[in-house]
Design a protein around this ligand. Structure first.
Ligand SMILES: Cc1cc2nc3c(=O)[nH]c(=O)nc-3n(C[C@H](O)[C@H](O)[C@H](O)COP(=O)(O)O)c2cc1C
Length: 176
């Protein structure tokens, strides 16, 4: 499958590297897009080297081609997905190349969401409402965060799901 991984600005951004490698090993063609904030956590060069493709960021030449990238993607996986990008998606705000590309996906192309955040953020009613809202709209498949000791020290749900579980969700989403 053509898998488009969207990385947003969370501490688990490094795990998207593992997801990229895993998907390539499974025989998928992988491209990566990143929010500006995500590039503070992992450099686009890492994903370019891993995926063998240029990375779509607001500052990249590829930004002009985001509609083509949307057409290319059989499945899009946003991992880690921040509370902030989740909120923008739920409101239909397309203020960067990642949210714009998701909005430009042809009808019926699934999006797998791997939210990851602090436990209190995860339980925030607005975050839960945004997830429910996308779920109701259809086409979005949520892979819930796991319980763990988070980078902030809190213990509870909020850790990004395992890359293998995210990839399995993408493969399921493709099969419909
Ligand atoms: C060190 C650090 C770690 C962060 N980790 C997360 C996180 O895991 N999840 C989250 O939702 N926000 C996290 N944030 C906040 C986001 O980076 C912030 O909301 C940012 O605006 C998200 O931008 P983006 O969604 O466009 O990538 C973190 C911030 C910092 C400084």
């Amino acid at each position: 499958m053509h898998l488009l991984i969207g990385v947003t600005g969370g501490i688990a951004a490094y795990k998207a590297c593992e997801l990229t490698s895993l998907a390539l090993k499974a025989g998928h063609d992988v491209r990566v897009m990143m929010t500006r904030r995500a590039t503070d956590f992992v450099g686009p060069l890492t994903f370019a080297a891993l995926s063998g493709h240029p990375v779509l960021t607001d500052d990249s030449e590829q930004a002009l081609d985001h509609i083509q990238w949307a057409k290319w993607a059989d499945v899009t996986c946003l991992a880690p997905l921040t509370a902030s990008t989740l909120g923008r998606l739920a409101c239909g705000i397309c203020d960067d190349v990642l949210t714009t590309t998701v909005m430009a996906l042809p009808e019926g192309r699934p999006v797998v969401l791997g939210p990851a955040m602090n436990t209190e953020m995860w339980f925030a009613p607005v975050v839960q409402r945004n997830l429910r809202w996308l779920d109701e709209l259809g086409g979005f498949h949520v892979v819930p965060p796991v319980d763990k000791r988070l980078a902030c020290g809190d213990l509870g749900p909020g850790g990004l799901a395992e890359p293998a579980d995210l990839l399995a969700a993408c493969e399921r989403a493709l099969d419909g």
